[in-house]
Design a protein around this ligand. Structure first.
Ligand SMILES: Nc1ncnc2c1ncn2[C@@H]1O[C@H](COP(=O)(O)OP(=O)(O)OP(=O)(O)O)[C@@H](O)[C@H]1O
Ligand SMILES: [Mg+2]
Length: 341
């Protein structure tokens, strides 16, 4: 008699979803068209309980921020996606690390999170869901953030993430629209998890280095950036380095010069791209930014790698912090939003 596949070692979670991780985000152009004008159509809240510091203006930021008093503001964000790796516990850890990241990308500290779970209860055992939730809670608690509730629905595809609330000092916030010309650009995690995850979904090969980077909190990088007096940042996720860089320079009215050779990659990333493991999301990212980019001598493969859809990627900082590579610089706005050299 064959045993039911009840363990994460036997069940390939990535096979239960059409896409994986942040690569399953709605493409940037389509999302902006959907969200644009939302507040214009509905208007502001009546008698708001607290002033909004960061909302949907200018294409939005990593999280919404509402003022409490001169020293404190509340950061709020939500993130969930389909399985990015086959192992349930790792997927939970990755999704939670990614959900917390948007608070760190604002320069904040997460204080409370609630789980968002979609589960195909007729297809996958709840033991696996429990492993996903355990992974998420371990990450949240490791970050000093309460994981204290959630919401769960029956869903044809498994989905997991969190809604996270954090605190930030308003005068030390990291905003996407606050980047000034004349400062270096720093990236705090290597690229390439998109192509490696696509290879993993297709072949089952596990890439421990990719899992390690996706489960590394952006907490320390965020604290270092705030400490260094940096004012502008975002996290690099589903729209890839080029997509998120474009959003940052557009919101700030500057041009980025990107040093292609200085951009760090995980081992095996280029090989995975050469072997064709490029997600549709990464191709759509490249299509979206291409009209705004001067690519220089960058090959098609280089371009795809720079647009590779990341899951739980690093912080992109308008400034420099110790221990992380400078990948370019910001200049006054020129003909192109991004110049690759
Ligand atoms: N359904 C929605 N309704 C209103 N605003 C949305 C919706 N989906 C996304 N947004 C907003 O659009 C902007 C871009 O969304 P996106 O998900 O790319 O940001 P993000 O949370 O930083 O992404 P990531 O979690 O991958 O870092 C954000 O300001 C986000 O709040
Ligand atoms: Mg973000």
């Amino acid at each position: 008699m064959t045993e039911p596949e009840t363990t994460s070692a036997r069940t390939r979670l990535t096979q239960f979803a059409h896409g994986g991780g942040c690569a399953c985000k709605i493409p940037p152009g389509e999302l902006e068209a959907l969200v644009a004008g939302l507040t214009a159509r509905v208007g502001p809240p009546r008698d708001p309980a607290a002033p909004l510091l960061v909302g949907l203006d200018g294409g939005g930021d990593d999280a919404a921020v509402v003022s409490i008093d001169a020293d404190r503001a509340v950061v709020t964000t939500a993130d969930f996606f389909t399985p990015v790796v086959d192992d349930a516990f790792d997927w939970g850890r990755i999704a939670a690390t990614n959900a917390l990241s948007d608070v760190y990308a604002m320069g904040g500290v997460p204080i409370a999170a609630v789980n968002l779970l979609g589960w195909p209860r007729d297809v996958l055992p709840f033991e696996l869901a429990a492993e996903v939730l355990r992974g998420g809670m371990e990450v949240g608690h490791g970050a000093g953030c309460h994981v204290a509730g959630g919401h769960s629905v029956d869903d044809p595809e498994p989905k997991y993430g969190m809604s996270v609330v954090g605190l930030v000092r308003p005068d030390r916030m990291l905003r996407a629209d606050a980047a000034a010309p004349g400062v270096p650009l720093t990236l705090t995690k290597p690229l390439g998890v998109g192509v490696l995850n696509t290879r993993h979904k297709s072949t089952g090969t596990v890439f421990p280095e990719a899992i390690a980077t996706m489960t590394t909190l952006n907490r320390d990088a965020s604290a270092a950036a705030v400490e260094a007096g940096i004012r502008a940042a975002t996290d690099v996720t589903g729209f890839g380095l080029l997509g998120h860089l474009y959003k940052l320079v557009r919101a700030s009215g500057v041009t980025a010069v990107l040093d292609r050779a200085a951009v760090p990659y995980l081992d095996g990333a280029r090989r995975a791209a050469e072997d064709g493991f490029v997600s549709g999301g990464s191709r759509r990212n490249l299509d979206w930014v291409a009209p705004r980019v001067e690519f220089g001598s960058a090959s098609e493969l280089d371009r795809l790698l720079l647009a590779d859809a990341q899951t739980s990627g690093g912080l992109l900082l308008a400034g420099e912090i110790p221990g992380h590579p400078v990948i370019g610089e910001l200049r006054p706005r020129g003909e192109h939003a991004i110049v690759i050299r």
